[in-house]
Design a protein around this ligand. Sequence first.
Ligand code: KPL
Length: 296
Amino acid sequence: MKTVIIGQGAIGSLLAGICQQQKMDYAVLPRGSVCQPVRLIRLDGRLLEFSPEPVSPAQLQRDELLLLPLKAFQIIPAVKQLRPFLTKQTLVLLNNGMGVMEQVQKLLPDSPLIAGISKKAAYKKATQVLETGTGTTELGWVFRPASHSAQATERQLKALLTPCLWHQDLQPALWQKLAINAVINPLTALNNIKNGELAQPEYQQQIRQLCAETAALMQRKNLSGWQNIDAVVESVINSTADNYSSMHQDIAHNRATEIDYINGYLVLQGQQAGLEMAAHENLWQRVKALATSQDK
Ligand code: KPL
């Protein structure tokens, strides 16, 4: 089964590098017209320089595994563009935030679909990609047609995203990740700080309120894990202390952010559940205002 990586962002280039090192059958479908050569520095310092095999939408084959290591807001446009060429390939979503997989399912109701949360981290600087973090990738089937055998797909993803953990139900893990991103990403972006600085006393009240709102929503939706959201957020602040969050990087580089799919998603879910999400609403609006002011 061939793996096709959509886009050449930092994570896309890292995944291409892993495929390249493991001599896997893979290709890259660039979002623009040209497939760029990759210069990747792995965590162990090893430099990989290679030109991935490019593939066009019209060349996609039926049994391929399509990885979409894209930002949340890039996924629907990419899927709409690819839809005329798709014939039940398996799609793998690895974005931050929530709300995208439901939209993908509406567009491609018959396609096998997997969602994942990856701790793999990379940073793109000009033409060079630096691997900056590793850890377990958590995966779960969102939709698997009865006729589709899971084994080959799961084996392939295990080789590529190792260490990797399959969940019968990915929802609790997705919500936990959402709770983490909804604190760390906007606060680091707005205050122009590294993740670890959120351990300072001045941020604690705000973090407590954000976590309490998320926990109340999770409880209302009968999702497990709402009791320990504070502790989980605190532990990720400490374990990623030296990182700049993805939203911090997006704002710093004047790029669009995933705020609508993180705090924005929580606010809308809260509204539907009859819960006020004032702290999340505040961050949603402030990050949007910050991004708009940068556009000028
Ligand atoms: O996922 C992340 C991100 O930056 O998007 C965290 C976990 C906050 C690490 O920086």
